[in-house]
Design a protein around this ligand. Sequence first.
Ligand code: UD1
Length: 423
Amino acid sequence: MEKLIINGSRPLNGTVKASGAKNAALGIMAATVIANGPCLIGNLPEIEDVEIMKDIIHSLGVKVKSKKNQAYFDASTMTTSDVETPLASKMRASYYLIGALLAKTGRASIPLPGGCQIGARPIDQHIKGFKALGATVDISENRISVSARKLVGDEIYFDSVSVGATINVMLAAVRAEGTTKLVNAAREPHVVDTANFLNLLGASIRGAGTDVITIEGVSELKGGEYSIIPDQIEIGTYMIAAAATNGNVYITDVIPKHMETLSAKLEDMGVTVENGDDYIHVVGNGRPYAVNVKTSVYPGFPTDLQQPLSALLCIAQGNSTVTENIFENRFRHLEELKKMGASVETEGRRAFITGVSSLTGAKIMASDLRAGAALVIAGLMAEGETEVYGLEHIDRGYESIEKKFSKLGADIKRVPYLTRSGS
Ligand code: UD1
């Protein structure tokens, strides 16, 4: 096992390049199985979730070849629509293969998805969409099996806005007969990126990025070459870390528009944020001001940045209230931050943070991916040494996190440690 050791209180300085977006990569990799020709995907982040997705797709008989930040997928060799590998239950986005395989072969069977333990995370809206397109859905023995003799377009009203359901049903609909309309669709950048990739392959999708997406079914998708958008959440993590350490950091290869909500929030906190064409420059100006934050669907404040930002709010001047509207169990990082001296109380979906002048290093454990990012930020700004455990969560979604922070001047290293079982 490994842990991070961070000696904090050092301002971050310099330039860091954003990696490709995890959540777009997962939708896009699943989409490659629909194609009848080879697909070359670039700007893939080198993270555990991407590796797992490649392995799951490979287990279907798809040819997968990788080299740094690129992967080639050729589904012409695919032999099955049954995902048998237990890897699928380790990662939530494996469920995108349901929509993709349904589009490609008319059926799919996969283990029920896993992922971060941040709430109940039902998939009823995905199922509603598949059924509306004419599929039958069976859930038994921890598997979900979906099949359709023919998929036919329909108008689908999502009861709530779901990124996963929007992408999954969009994948299924690209080869359905006629027109599918997804109403109350998610507008996140990774929904748009997945739609752009599908359109490159020959799909006909309009309206991605708005709450109504219209899909005209086509008979087949060809192969193609595509480069994934930058990771909005990784960029946000570095922006917050720069502010938290009183740093001066340029984050390059970004789409500043995707960061507008966070940039505005940081500016409210007294942080300087300057946008270039494809970079963002963040300068910390001492202890930030307290602010209130409510998570919401895009373009609102992203739930995935709630945890990193709440770490920063722990040292803000004044009282902040954080309201988590998307997931019901996304405050577990706050218990760890309390070990570092944070003053926090939670009540249901709200956290009340009273800023303290500084945090102190401690041994802390990441409970999920973005909790991990929050703890690393806390370690970077704290006085003294912090040990962050639970790196398997962080490695799911952050490429070379300790290398990128080291390059910015952080004192952070990854070291092995022995567990009781000796691993
Ligand atoms: C995706 C992101 C995740 C992010 C989240 C919200 C990926 C791989 N993951 O997760 O990083 O935190 O969006 O931006 O892209 N819901 C239902 N029924 C459903 C589906 C969802 O009730 O069928 C609920 C969920 O429990 C949650 C809310 O809708 O409360 C939003 O979930 P959703 O947008 O689907 O998140 P994910 O796609 O799981």
